[in-house]
Design a protein around this ligand. Structure first.
Ligand code: NAD
Length: 485
């Protein structure tokens, strides 16, 4: 772990073996921190923030550190992508993209922080009224295992750019690329105590970040149940909170859509990163008249997806993150059958051809679902697609919004006005027309309903790491005379 500019073990001496989900091999042994380690890191981050060693630097000076981080991420891109694939399992073509995107995110916020901000107002009195943004303070940042590096960078880059100090906790199962990132933060000379890395379980280290009164802001990405627990813990000192949580996002295909484009994106929407994507298009809504033909083509293509180790250049889909997670996803195959849905393809663990030590699963599709089935309502977080049939535009919108989540959604149609009508009715924060999944550092990321609070990325994501202050400057300095004597 990296605390106060030093690489340290957990105080307890505890460690955790980090496993490659493609073959069960141990690829690293990581420090396993505890509450006391989290408390030390928070204390250090508090002192660093209060000293002004980082927040008092000019934005341009902070930006120059962040630009260097981006450069070094690019220099080490192959090494880091490779490590991410070993740790998380996803194919190299995805981890290469993640590292490039992480570098771009650092550059985006390094650039943003030197641009004009704030507001001025014309008020009734002889006053100069203005609003400025200031860093929020010590930020606890907690991320999941599905994009270990990128989810971290989405928080670390804006938090540091805004002048905060941080305590970062990666998922306990995927700490490897976070360690590499903090090596880079050390190399570029970020002052001691400004950026701290603590590893360990959510229930101890994560909860301490959410509860500790010296943490001013908690920014969390992960499951909705965990988000609920973090929200409660954060009441201790009324922390500012940002939560990016789960989803069960609808991908809606109308009969007038470009057929092959829609099929192609439907596959990408659910099977990229093995379906372990918060914004995955895990519900495919098909208009009645194309339902059977679309499903047939989709299943045919799904069965051709090459599943294997992420390090194999031929691999199109890697393993799930762990045995426990694979078993959870497979359990939904049984649930789907019991609920009376039809298994169209997949549904099994893959063990042939040297895959038996890893956690591989076939791309899976269920059809003939009803809206209240668990496989339609619950986030499964795997290569598992639930198909729903709709009659018309109103029906599509009703089904699309019929979950507790509201993270993302897509619509495929060649009718531009219809696309816009549907998108405007979707209760979701991230939407696409005739595509699915593209994400940009410039645009806000986050969800409606139980998919979260606040937004990451873009200027919105930057604002989440700031406090807003109004300043009123009297231009006529004389007594007000409110009281006579
Ligand atoms: P998770 O909620 O189990 O864990 C996420 C992180 O929170 C981990 O670092 C974990 O150690 C920590 N944690 C666990 N319990 C905690 C607690 N009580 N207090 C504080 N921290 C705690 O999620 P996961 O299984 O690692 O990731 C999958 C989930 O993440 C999915 O639900 C997915 O939708 C969500 N996710 C959301 C987004 C988004 O942007 N909305 C992005 C990626 C993943």
């Amino acid at each position: 772990m990296f605390i106060n500019g030093e690489w340290v073990q957990a105080q307890s001496g505890k460690t955790r073996e980090i496993m490659n989900p493609a073959n069960g091999q141990i690829i690293a042994v990581a420090a396993e921190g505890d509450v006391v380690d989290a408390q030390n890191a928070i204390e250090v981050a508090r002192q660093a923030f209060d000293s002004g060693v980082w927040s008092d630097l000019s934005p341009a000076a902070r930006a120059s550190f962040l630009f260097k981080v981006a450069d070094k991420l690019e220099e080490r891109a192959e090494e880091i992508a490779h490590l991410e694939t070993l740790d998380n399992g996803k194919p190299l073509r995805e981890t290469r993209f993640d590292v490039a995107d992480a570098a771009a995110c650092f550059r985006y916020y390094a650039g943003l922080v030197t641009k004009p901000d704030g507001q001025t107002y014309h008020v009734a009195d002889p006053m100069q009224a203005m609003v400025v943004r200031e860093p929020v303070g010590v930020c606890g940042l907690i991320v999941p295992w599905n994009y270990p590096l990128l989810m971290g960078v989405w928080k670390i880059a804006p938090a540091l750019a805004a002048g905060n100090t941080i305590v970062f906790k990666p998922s306990e199962v995927t700490p490897v690329t976070s360690i590499k990132l903090f090596e880079i933060l050390q190399e570029v000379g970020i002052p001691k105590g400004v950026a701290n890395l603590v590893m360990g379980p959510g229930a101890t280290v994560g909860n301490e970040l959410a509860e500790n009164v010296n943490v001013d802001k908690i920014s969390f990405t992960g499951g909705t149940a965990t988000g609920r627990s973090i929200m409660k813990a954060a009441t201790s000192n009324i922390k500012k909170i940002s939560l990016e949580l789960g989803g069960k996002s609808p991908n809606i295909v109308f009969a007038d859509a470009d057929f092959e484009t829609a099929v192609d994106y439907a596959l990408f929407a659910i099977y990229a990163n093995q379906g372990q994507v918060c914004a995955a298009g895990s519900r495919l809504l098909l208009e009645e008249s194309i339902h059977d033909r679309f499903l047939e083509r989709l299943a045919e293509r799904a069965q051709h997806i090459r599943v294997g180790p992420g390090t194999d250049p031929q691999t199109e889909m890697g393993p799930l993150i762990s045995q426990a997670h694979m078993e959870k996803v497979l359990s939904y195959v049984e649930i789907g059958k019991q609920e009376g849905a039809r298994l169209v393809c997949g549904g099994n663990r893959l063990q042939d051809g040297g895959l038996d030590q890893g956690f591989f699963m076939e791309p899976t599709i269920f059809a003939d679902t009803t809206p209240d089935m668990r496989i339609v309502q619950e986030e499964i977080f795997g290569p598992f697609l639930a198909v729903q049939k709709f009659k018309d535009e109103a029906d599509a919108i009703r089904l699309a919004n019929h979950t507790v989540y509201g993270l993302a959604g897509g619509v495929f149609t060649s009718d531009g006005a219809k696309a816009m009508r549907v998108i405007k009715k979707l209760r979701a924060g991230i939407t696409w027309v005739n595509c699915y999944h593209p994400t940009y550092n410039e645009a806000p990321w986050g969800g409606y309903k139980q998919s979260g609070i606040g937004r990451g990325l873009g200027t919105f994501g930057f604002d989440e790491f700031t406090e807003v202050k109004q300043i009123n400057i009297n231009l006529q300095v004389e007594p007000i005379g409110w009281f006579e004597k």
